[in-house]
Structures are given as C-alpha cells and as structure tokens.
Design a protein around this ligand. Structure first.
Ligand code: NAP
Length: 446
C-alpha cells in the first residue's frame, strides 16, 4: 500500500510508461519509503520533486546495424536513458542482453540515480544498453557491434555530460572497443568518458573487483551491527559474472565458505568452497558455461534446473539479474536459516521476497546501497583521469571500503531516524531521495 501522497504519482507513472513492469516496480519501491519524508518536507510536494524524479531527463533510442563474421547484416536497438543530472554527469552502465528494452533501462537508470547519490560523489544517474547478445559471438563480431553502437551514442556522451560503464554483457573487452571508437570519432583522448577501462588506457585499479568487493564490505558492516563477521559463514552467490566472481573472492578472503554459484544454464554446488581461480578461467578466459566447473572438481555437482536458493546458507548474495529471488525462494532461504541477504544485482528480490525477508527479520541490503561500490570506483576512475593520476590497488581499495562503510552508516541511521530501524530498504530510498531532491530544489525548475 502506498501513502496517499504518492499513490496518484504512481498511477501517473504507470499510465505514462505502459507495460514497463520493472520500472513500475522500482518506482513503487522508492515511493513506498518516502511518504514520511514528504510529510516532513511539504515543499518537496509543492515543487513536484517526486514527479520530476520519475520522469527521465532524456531517453535515447537508436538503430545499431552490424555485420557478423559471415557477412550477414543484423539490426539491434540501442538505448540510453539519461535519468537525472542534479548531482553530476549522468553515470551508469551499459547492458548487452537480449532482454534489454526501454522499461529495463529506465528502471536501471531510476535506481542508479539514488545509488549514485548514496555514494556522496558528484555523479548523476543514467543507464543504457542494447538487446544485442554477445554470448557465442566472436571477438570481431563484438568489436563491430561496439563500434556501430558507439558511432551513434558518442554524440550524447562526454566527461561532463554522460559517462557510461559496464553491466551485464559489457566488461573490459567491450569498454575497450567502445572507448577506442569514441576516441577515433572525436579525436580526443577523453579518458573520463567511459569507466571500467583496462589499466593501460586509463583504467583504475579495483574497478573490476569493485562491485563484488564493495558488496562484501557492505555485508561485513551489516553483520557488525549484529556482533558478527563473515568468518566461518556459509554463503551462496548467484551468477558467475563480474559481480559474482569478485563477491566470492572477497567473501572467501574474509573467511566465508562460498558453496554455490550459477549462470543462466544452472548452478553448481561445491561443499569444499568454490575454487575462484577455476571460475575465473571458465568465465573470464574461456567464456564458457558453468557446468565446466564440475569437470575439474570431483566433489562438486551441477544442477541444470531448479533454484540456487535451495542451497542452505547463512548469507545469500544475489548477483545475477532482476527478480531472481521470488517470494517462494525467500521463504526457502528463511527456513534454511539465512539471516543476511545483500543485493549485488539490481533489484534481484521481488516485492514478495522483500516482504518475506522483512517479516522474518532477515537483514536485507538493497542493491542501491549494497552494490554501489562499482559506480563509486568508477567515480574514482574519473577522478584519476581528470588529474592524470593512477592510484595503487591498496589505496583504491581503502577508498572503496571507506565509501561502503559510509553508505552503510547513512542507510542504517536514516532507517532509524524515520522510525524503521534495521530497514535498509527504507534507509537507502530515503537518504538517496533526499540528496537528489535537495539538489534539484536548489537548481530551480529545470
Ligand atoms: P555479467 O558479468 O554479464 O554476469 C551476469 C551473470 O548473471 C552471468 O553469470 C549470467 O549468466 C547471469 N545472468 C544474467 N541474466 C540472467 C538471467 N536472466 N537468468 C539467470 N542468470 C542470468 O554481469 P555483471 O556485471 O556481473 O552484473 C550482474 C548484476 O549486477 C546485474 O544486475 C547488474 O545490473 C548488477 N550490477 C553490476 C555492476 C557492475 O559493476 N558490473 C554494478 C552494479 C550492479 P549467463 O552468462 O548464463 O547469462
């Protein structure tokens, strides 16, 4: 149930964005938290701040023609939603996946705006991508696609305008091809226009690891409030992409036993603890499927169907995609004794799932707080690019850890202040919303 003050705003969002279910869901979640803020700050309602935040500043859709290795022509669709620039240039990743459409990109851009605000860094919110599927494509095909994609997108980008990064299906390889084409078209070595670059051409140490590491730093803070640590805990991590692999790595460094991970073909369980080097070889080097893991580890088993959330754990880290933990999955996790869930993926828990966790007293770290380490380190990459500097791994990781601690404190204290102690979802939504709304109010009606 939404507060009266926001119900009609939500209805307008649904009417103006028909069929965009994930966007509706993301808006509903934020509106569900901010009723008390609007009661305390009636001026925000007068200025129609909520309505303005729900309407992206700009939505770009474009054709991406490209040729495969056999000369066949393909047409994909490219998107960039420039959601909000009150705090800085639009900032948020690009997703290449067949499920990408305007509603998905809009939901991601909306979430990104609040996430970026929580980092305390000067970055606005945006998101983009394409329905292109890089899976099974050769390096040359991926390069041709990226070059065609950038040939249209470049005119909307700039280090002071819009700064994309990676997301699902877009890693360092794709960012390299995109940056190369941007540089070629503009004749500018504008390193700060894209983040997630490789080290030799302006990348930052820790950016590859940042979302996964940051997620685990956030979990450590959540556990600390309960007088616990990750040491000796059993974890399950969904996905086996960028976020998942580095969440697994950091959790294991901190003494956790991570026993399961997945991809869209199924999940593996390794009770001895996952071998992260093997995972990197399979996923980052061979670009292969997760079932290959069990060929190298005799006690591991692969399950092609069913839910990874049936694997018992103390800590669950969803790191694959949106709505991957349903209400039923959440019930199974609660029954198996899981007490902490932190979202590496964006909006991986359905509304039913969120309710189930809250009702059961499970601590739930929402994506916009828990996975903000990636974009925060992207902002650190922009800082290094702007000052033509290159920080060490240790220094950058310390900065990341400090930022994640601060985000945790902000969410925790805000939840408390608004009468819902321990509710990180409310804490993150309220703190993120207030930061963006105050900046927008100061900038006038633009
Ligand atoms: P990635 O490297 O492409 O990995 C995605 C992983 O999730 C893969 O294992 C993939 O399996 C799995 N997956 C994707 N779609 C799926 C689906 N529909 N069903 C089942 N599994 C699916 O992407 P990533 O960068 O790790 O991103 C993962 C999540 O984290 C996304 O929600 C993203 O928005 C979020 N995130 C990423 C960053 C970042 O810095 N990269 C930052 C913040 C949040 P397949 O290979 O089989 O498809």
């Amino acid at each position: 149930m939404l507060d009266d003050k926001v119900q009609s705003i939500y209805e307008t969002v649904v009417r103006r964005n028909p069929g965009e279910l994930e966007f509706h869901q993301a808006v509903r979640e934020v509106l569900g938290s901010i009723g008390p803020v609007l009661s305390k700050h009636p001026e925000l309602t007068r200025m129609k701040l909520v309505e303005r935040i729900c309407e992206p500043e700009r939505q770009i859709i474009f054709r991406v023609p490209w040729q495969d290795d056999h000369g066949e022509v393909h047409i994909n669709r490219g998107f960039r939603v420039e959601a909000n620039s009150a705090l800085g240039p639009y900032k948020g990743g690009l997703r290449f996946h067949p499920t990408v459409n305007l509603g998905i990109v809009k939901f991601l851009g909306f979430e990104q705006t609040f996430k970026n605000a929580l980092t305390g860094l000067p970055i606005g919110g945006g998101k983009g991508g394409s329905d292109f599927d890089p899976k099974g494509r050769s390096d040359d095909e991926v390069m041709r696609f990226c070059q065609s994609f950038m040939t249209e997108l470049y005119r909307h980008l700039g280090e002071y305008t819009d700064v994309p990064a990676g997301d699902i299906g877009v890693g360092q390889r794709e960012i390299g091809y995109l940056f190369g084409q941007y540089k070629r078209i503009t004749n500018r070595y504008e390193a700060g226009v894209l983040t997630g670059k490789a080290i030799p051409y302006g990348g930052s140490h820790v950016r590859t690891e940042a979302t996964g590491y940051g997620l685990v730093f956030f979990v450590e803070e959540m556990l600390r409030t309960r007088g616990e640590t990750l040491d000796g805990r059993t974890c399950v991590v969904s996905g086996s992409g960028n976020v998942a692999i580095y969440a697994i790595e950091k959790a294991m460094q901190l003494g956790a036993r991570v026993v399961a991970c997945s991809d869209s073909s199924g999940f593996v369980v390794d009770e001895d603890g996952l071998d992260v080097d093997l995972l990197k070889q399979i996923k980052e080097v061979d670009r292969s499927r997760i079932d290959q893991y069990v060929k190298h580890r005799s006690r591991a088993r692969f399950t092609p169907d069913g839910s990874i959330w049936t694997v018992p754990c103390d800590v669950a880290l969803p790191c694959a995609t949106q709505n991957e933990i349903t209400g039923t999955d959440a019930q199974v996790l609660v029954r198996s004794g899981c007490t902490v869930v932190a979202e590496g993926a964006n909006m991986p828990t359905t509304e039913d799932g969120v309710r189930t966790f809250h009702d059961a007293g499970v601590a739930l770290g929402p994506a916009k707080a828990a996975n903000a380490g990636g974009v925060a380190t992207s902002a650190l990459e922009m800082q290094q690019n702007a000052s033509r500097d290159n920080w060490t791994f240790e220094h950058t990781e310390q900065r990341l850890a400090g930022i994640m601690r601060d985000i945790h404190t902000l969410c925790y204290e805000t939840a408390d202040e608004y009468g819902t102690p321990g509710n990180y979802v409310n804490g993150a939504n309220i703190a993120g919303f207030l930061t963006v709304a105050e900046a927008m109010a100061g900038l006038g009606l633009i």
